[in-house]
Design a protein. Sequence first.
Length: 498
Amino acid sequence: MLKKLIGKKLQNYRVNLNEPDISHPVNLISRKSVAVIGGGIAGISAACNLAERGFEVHLFEKENFLGGKVGSWMFESNGETLRTEHGFHGFFRQYLNLRNFLQKIGAYKHLIPIDDYTILFDKDKKQGFKDLDNTPLLNVLSLRKYGIVDWKTFLNPMGLPFINLLNFNFSTTYKNFDGESFASFAKRTRMNEKMRLVFNSFARAFFAEPEDMSMAELIKSFHFYFLSNEDGLLYDVLDSDFQSSFIAYVEAFLQKHNAHIHYSTPVTEFAKSENGFTVNGSLFDYCVLSTDVKHTKRLIARANGFEKYAQTLHQLSSLKQSGRYAVLRLWTNKFEADKTLPFFIFTDRLKCLDSVTLYHKMEKESAEWSKKNNGGIFELHSYAVPKDLVSDSEVVEHLLNELYHYFPELKGMKIFHEYFQHRDDFPGFHTNQYANRPEVKTEIPGFYLAGDWVKMNNCTMLMEAAYTSGAIAANYILQTEGLRENQLVSVPLKGILA
Ligand SMILES: Cc1cc2nc3c(=O)[nH]c(=O)nc-3n(C[C@H](O)[C@H](O)[C@H](O)COP(=O)(O)OP(=O)(O)OC[C@H]3O[C@@H](n4cnc5c(N)ncnc54)[C@H](O)[C@@H]3O)c2cc1C
């Protein structure tokens, strides 16, 4: 009964973001061209949604593969050719639009569930969340059994602000909390250690240190991942590398709809002209810019013809990217001792290591290598590399030492191959960014923005935000051409107490 009431209050966990008019035609009859710049999930989304309707789509990608942060590529090491990626990705069940897309292109069958959402702390203590109640609100109450909340959490006068976690609302949450960092919120509410640990894992999913992470973004994230759906914290992963389980399907879909994919083609020449956009020398009617924050800022700084659009220029130039993050993948001759661990584990960071993924347990290609070589493939992440660790070798050394702290049985392992990435191309979800964050639709006719960093009035984040933003950009273009929009959905836009 209570579960039903909660479901009703939360609109059965799904709301429509638009109401497509079914009297409008589906397909374009005239010729209209669109340049989509950046082939990550956001660009893929815009390109697929428009090519399918008959637009002449040109997708420009600087790398020789599509996918951006879910791309995968080959490298040579000690005489072997191996595949690697930007890093482990979890596909949560409330990624409603992205999942619909995976269904449409035929890739959905590659999703496999993770056993548990686990955090390792100290050497031998772990916290799983498999047994949490799945219903919002009841799941918060069931955090009591893990010592994360207790009656004092909400009754303690210092803890009253915790109630704001339950009443996410676009109109108040950003106004009240975008100026405050998670670290400051935790301090002023005297958040207990275990709750801090859980929220730190949320904050780290946004590649931010607690002192930088906007509390408003964290409240939105807590709503999106925990309080707006009945799926609990569990999620799915792709059963094979991104190329064969996801991107190959995207490429087949784009080819079927006659889209032009320009691999290894960085856009270096970009201009707004009287009747459209010039991209690397060719003229287009529309443009969807779906590059990451770092490259968006670079591209727009060099672009021509945008001078009179001061608001957009100001918004784009003031975007922030995250600090540095690191991903180290290791091909070894040892395995973890605890065979009950799920594929992906958060660690309570000592200095650097935030998570460990057991690729040999998760992904087909890795499992084959592991079987052949009798060793595990481990991927170590640091979502925010501490400022005092500067060189690659320092970061690698810390990641390895912390791996051995949590997995002492791996000490002395032989590392056959390693692939290390030390990057800074994630968007910053830092304090005071929201007010000035640009939206999908800009003041520039025919020019749209897409990416996980774009402001939208829907509850989506990370991969789901990237996909949804590209689909919204496509909807604006469909609308301009008098065509029927695609239906987009979201979890409820307000928290249970809002
Ligand atoms: C290590 C790691 C782990 C993550 N884990 C998760 C997770 O578990 N769950 C989750 O939901 N999200 C996760 N994310 C976040 C997720 O990957 C992103 O939110 C999402 O993929 C962003 O997609 P995008 O299209 O907005 O941007 P991107 O993937 O960054 O795509 C931008 C594209 O633009 C291209 N580009 C840039 N400049 C140019 C140019 N001048 N010309 C042409 N092309 C250009 C780039 O090469 C890139 O392909 C993770 C990210 C990382 C790095």
